[in-house]
Design a protein around this ligand. Structure first.
Ligand SMILES: Cc1cc2nc3c(=O)[nH]c(=O)nc-3n(C[C@H](O)[C@H](O)[C@H](O)COP(=O)(O)OP(=O)(O)OC[C@H]3O[C@@H](n4cnc5c(N)ncnc54)[C@H](O)[C@@H]3O)c2cc1C
Length: 281
């Protein structure tokens, strides 16, 4: 196997174009597992780890925080992300162990595109935008169009995910997950809720309960129709429970080795109603 350690983005992009079976590697926390189990056998690997521009966080004036695809979770857990996008910091803190968080990245979570990826519900709830580059072109794709199925996305072979744009929202946001134990666990069900006080709306996205992350647009619309969602309004237990029940109804879970569909639906109803209560305490 040949490993090309790129120092510049253009080197990595050129290598991708030249080698039809090349695989990108950032932290390697997903890809090395695949290789160890012989699920993939690339003859060329292109390492992105030394490309500085993929490891930067930029805040631009229009209320967008742009995070490089190679920034590790250990950085995303702290400032400036913690204050600007608290749900992303929370989701990052739940990923694997300190060793995994020291090297795993958003680019890898998007590259794998599992419905259990912890940062994906945050991207869906915040309407994040994904930057994709080739040697001679670039495009920006909404996360809603990026993920097309279980471990499937619109990314083409010669494209590198370079960064993710996260809108900075004025309001409360949170991420919660349920797993078979408290740490080092892939989620059985997860949810990210964003309460946008400025625009008086609530957005919720669910993980591990469908082939893609699910945005519960009907539950969001129902909530807006029954409650004033600006700041300072508390939510009754009845409204929160009904919101949880509706979010669970929009999920599409299956039975698998980690859990049952029935338990996942129950977990979603609890997560959604608790997150809503926290947002409007
Ligand atoms: C013990 C353990 C625990 C884990 N726990 C969790 C968990 O709790 N939650 C969770 O979500 N995940 C978990 N994971 C999975 C993994 O850590 C995450 O998905 C992580 O985000 C992968 O990032 P990475 O940089 O290591 O990706 P890599 O392994 O380097 O790459 C993963 C995939 O993405 C592609 N890729 C990487 N970077 C790019 C890019 N810039 N552009 C295009 N494609 C790219 C690669 O080609 C590969 O297909 C765990 C893994 C392990 C081994």
């Amino acid at each position: 196997m040949t490993v090309i350690v790129a120092k510049e983005l253009t080197t990595a992009l050129a290598a991708l174009r030249e080698h039809a079976d090349a695989r990108l590697i950032q932290g390697g926390t997903d890809l090395m597992v695949e290789i160890n189990f012989n699920h993939v056998k690339p003859t060329t690997m292109v390492s992105l780890r030394d490309i500085e521009e993929l490891r930067t966080i930029r805040t631009v004036t229009s209320g967008i925080m742009t995070i490089g695809s190679g920034v590790p979770y250990s950085v995303l857990e702290g400032e400036p992300v913690l204050s600007a996008i608290p749900a992303l910091a929370q989701a990052s803190r739940t990923v694997g162990s300190p060793q995994i968080r020291a090297t795993g990245s958003l680019g890898g979570n998007l590259g794998t595109c599992s419905p259990a990826g912890d940062t994906l519900p945050v991207m869906f709830a915040l309407d994040a935008m994904i930057h994709l580059n080739t040697l001679d072109s670039s495009r920006v794709v909404s996360i809603h169009d990026f993920m097309t199925g279980v471990k499937r996305s619109v990314r083409q072979h010669d494209e590198i995910i370079t960064a993710i744009d996260f809108p900075v929202v004025n309001g409360w946001q949170g991420y919660s997950k349920v797993g078979v134990r408290n740490a080092m666990v892939i989620s059985v069900a997860s949810a990210c809720l964003v309460a946008d006080h400025e625009n008086a709306n609530v957005r919720i996205a669910l993980g591990s309960v469908g082939p893609t992350i699910i945005r519960c647009r009907e539950s969001e619309a129902w909530l807006k129709s029954v409650h004033d969602l600006s700041a300072g309004q508390s939510i009754s237990l009845d409204v929160a429970s009904e919101f949880g029940r509706r979010a669970a109804a929009e999920s599409s879970p299956i039975d698998d080795h980690r859990s049952t569909a029935e338990y996942r639906r129950h977990a979603i109803s609890v997560l959604a109603s608790r997150l809503l209560r926290k947002a409007y305490q």
